[in-house]
Design a protein around this ligand. Sequence first.
Ligand code: PLP
Length: 409
Amino acid sequence: MPRTQLSDRVEALRLQREALGRSRTRRTVTRRDGVRCQVLDGSGGGRWLLNFCSNDYLGLSQQFAVAGALQHTAASQGAGGTASHLVCGHHAEHEALERACADWLGAPRALLFGSGYLANLAVVQGLLGEDDLCVQDKLNHASLIDAARLAGCKLRRYPHGDVEGAVRQLRTLPDVAALLATDGVFSMDGDIAPLRQLVLAARVQQALLYVDDAHGIGVIGPEGRGSVAAAKLDATQVPLQLMTLGKALGGYGAVLVGDAGLIQHLSETARPYLYTTALPPALASASLAAIALARKDHWRRERLRALIGRFRDGAAQRGFSLLPSTTPIQPLLCGDNARANALAQALEVRGYWVTAIRPPTVPDGSARLRITLSAAHSEADVDGLLEALSGASESSGVRSPAHASLSPA
Ligand SMILES: *Cc1c(COP(=O)(O)O)cnc(C)c1O
C-alpha cells in the first residue's frame, strides 16, 4: 500500500469544504475608523463597510487613552516581551495589570497569559490529569474543548445550558477530580450560562467551577465585572474566571482571575504559561488604560444596552426572529450554509459587514449571521443595518424576512 499523500488529502478536503459552503476566506482591512472599515476587494481597491462583526463591544480599541498607553510604553520599553515570565520577561506593567484585574473582579490573584486560547489550555492541562474529568457545556468555546483534549482527561459534554445534564455527567465519574467549565456569555449565541445553578451543581458534586467570560467582561454586570458579578456571585463561589483582553477591552491577551493557590500552581506548572514569551509590556499598558475606562464609563454599557434594544425591536417588527440574547451578540439563524453565505454577501453589497458563521464553529444546520453591536455604533447605524437586512433577505432568495430564521436544530 502506498502511503497517503498529505497534499492529496488536503486538496480533497478543500474541494469538500467548497461543496459544503464551508470555505473560509480572510478579508484584508486596510483602514479602521471607529466602526467603519476599509476592506480590500477582489480588484485590489478598498471599500468602506460598516462593521457589525467585531468584538470591540465598548469601542475601546481605538480610544486615545488605550492606544496612547501602548505607544508610550513601547517607546520606552520596546516592542517585545523578550522572554517568558519565569525567565526575565515579567515586567512591572504585567504585574500592575494582574493587580488591576484582581482588584476589578474582587479576587485574590490574577495571572496574565498571551491569549485566551493559551489560558484555557493552561487551566485544564495544569489542573487535570488522565484520570480526571472535565465536564463542559456543548456550546463552549473551541479552546476549552481543545484544552480537555490536550490534558488527556475524560471530557463529557452536556446539552447547552442544561444544569441537570451537567450533574449527570459529573455523576458518571464520582471519585475523580473534576472541573466544570462553561462560557459565561456564549460566543456564538450570546446567551448567558445559568451560573447560580452551576455553582450549586459544582458544590454538590465537589467539582471546581471555571467560567470563561471572554464576552461578558466589560459588557455586563456592575462596573462591567462580567457574568459572574452579574449573577451576584464572586470569587469564593467561582474559584477561576477568565477575562480576555482582545474583545471588550480592545487589546490582546487574557487574564485568569481567582483563587491564589490554584493560580500559583498554574504559574509554576502549566506548560502554556511556562513555554511562551510574555505579552509585550506595551499591550499590558493598553489593557490597564482600557480597564480604567471600562470600569468608569457606565455610559458605554448603557448605550450598548439601548442599541441592543433598538436592534431587537426593529428586527421583531420586520419579522426576523433572533435568538434570545440580551448581550451585544445577536445571532440571526439561517440554517444552511448557502443561505448564511448569501445573506452575508447581500449585506456586503449594501455596505454592511457581518460574517456568516458556519460549522464546525457552530453545530451542523445552524449557520448564522453573528451580528455584534458596539457602543461605538450610532442609532442610525443600527437602523441602517435593519433596513439592509430586510433588503438582503429578499434579494438573497429568502422569501420573507421571517424565513431568514429557523429554530435551533
Ligand atoms: C475569543 C475567546 C477565547 C479565546 O481568546 P483569545 O484571547 O482570542 O485567544 C476563549 N474563550 C472564549 C469564550 C472566546 O470567545
